[in-house]
Design a protein around this ligand. Structure first.
Ligand SMILES: Nc1ncnc2c1ncn2[C@@H]1O[C@H](COP(=O)(O)OP(=O)(O)OP(=O)(O)O)[C@@H](O)[C@H]1O
Ligand SMILES: [Mg+2]
Length: 257
């Protein structure tokens, strides 16, 4: 298998006159936990959105396992093994935690069903299978005691774990996490990182946006920094700590490409 799980080439996203992602090219190493850092407004979330089909880039390409996938919708990419979480979790607040997790694969299976020809028994069998899998995933994420709680009533940190649980239902090969530790208490953040490292050991590749430098430095390799829509650094944690460009980016100084 190739070393690179996905490649971005010349990706550019503009909002009117403003260029949020400016000609970004990078490769993500298979099996890595890649960290994506940069000041507020650097274009990190916009870059994720352009990769996962949540918005169309103006220019550039995204190649996933050697296939050009630029502009494909998020559900197609999810089916191809690319999952993501959002900076602000958006669970269905009135549904239970378990139902929220069960919905993730239903959206996909629903497309394959041939409605009137599917027997009630087959539907029940399928639902049971999904429920069992959802409970396993909740257990893994330490959320099973909350399975029956309304998703709108759990803490912000638990919602972040729920987001990852939903993504895991699809068993994606690559998972993009947008600020998974933001607003999460240290205990839950510890659980989250343990789970990420377990999944990484099992072969999953992660790209993680985080402002928490301690989290990034400890767990991510390589680290990529964006500033004003451009990649300004790529290297190890040790290299990051002694890199003057990163200091500039974090102080908000202008960074010339
Ligand atoms: N839909 C949009 N319309 C117009 N401008 C947008 C839109 N989405 C993002 N932007 C702008 O693009 C820039 C990059 O935003 P983005 O959300 O990607 O930053 P970020 O690096 O994720 O920041 P943060 O760390 O605060 O989450 C910002 O200036 C933002 O205001
Ligand atoms: Mg963001």
């Amino acid at each position: 298998m190739a070393d690179t799980v996905f490649t971005i080439d010349g990706l550019t996203v503009t909002f009117g006159e403003f260029c949020a992602v400016d000609d970004v090219s990078l490769k993500v190493r298979r099996g890595s936990i890649t960290g994506l850092i940069g000041p507020n407004g650097a274009g990190k979330t916009t870059l994720f959105n352009a990769i996962t089909g949540n918005l169309s880039p103006d220019r550039g390409t995204v190649t996933l396992n050697g296939k050009q996938v630029t502009g494909l919708p998020p559900d197609r990419l999810f089916a191809m093994g690319l999952g993501r979480t959002f900076q602000i979790p958006r669970p269905f607040a009135r549904m239970s935690v378990l139902e929220n997790v069960m919905l993730a694969p239903l959206a996909q299976i629903g497309e394959r069903l041939t409605g009137p020809f599917l027997s009630a028994r087959a539907v029940r069998a399928q639902e049971k299978e999904i429920r069992v899998r959802a409970m396993e995933v909740l257990e893994f994420m330490t959320l099973s005691p909350l399975a029956d709680h309304p998703a709108g009533k759990i803490s912000g940190g638990q919602m972040k774990l729920l987001e990852l649980a939903r993504v895991l239902m699809g068993d994606p090969e690559i998972i993009l996490l947008d600020e998974p530790a933001a607003g999460v208490n240290p205990t839950l953040a510890g659980t989250l990182i343990e789970r990420i490292e377990d999944l990484n050991q099992q072969g999953k590749t992660f790209v993680i946006i985080e402002h928490d430098m301690d989290f990034i430095m400890r767990h991510c390799d390589p680290i990529i920094a964006l500033a004003q829509g451009k990649v300004v650094f790529e290297g190890t944690a040790v290299e990051a700590q002694s890199n003057p460009i990163l200091l500039d980016a974090y102080l908000g100084a202008r960074v010339d490409a």
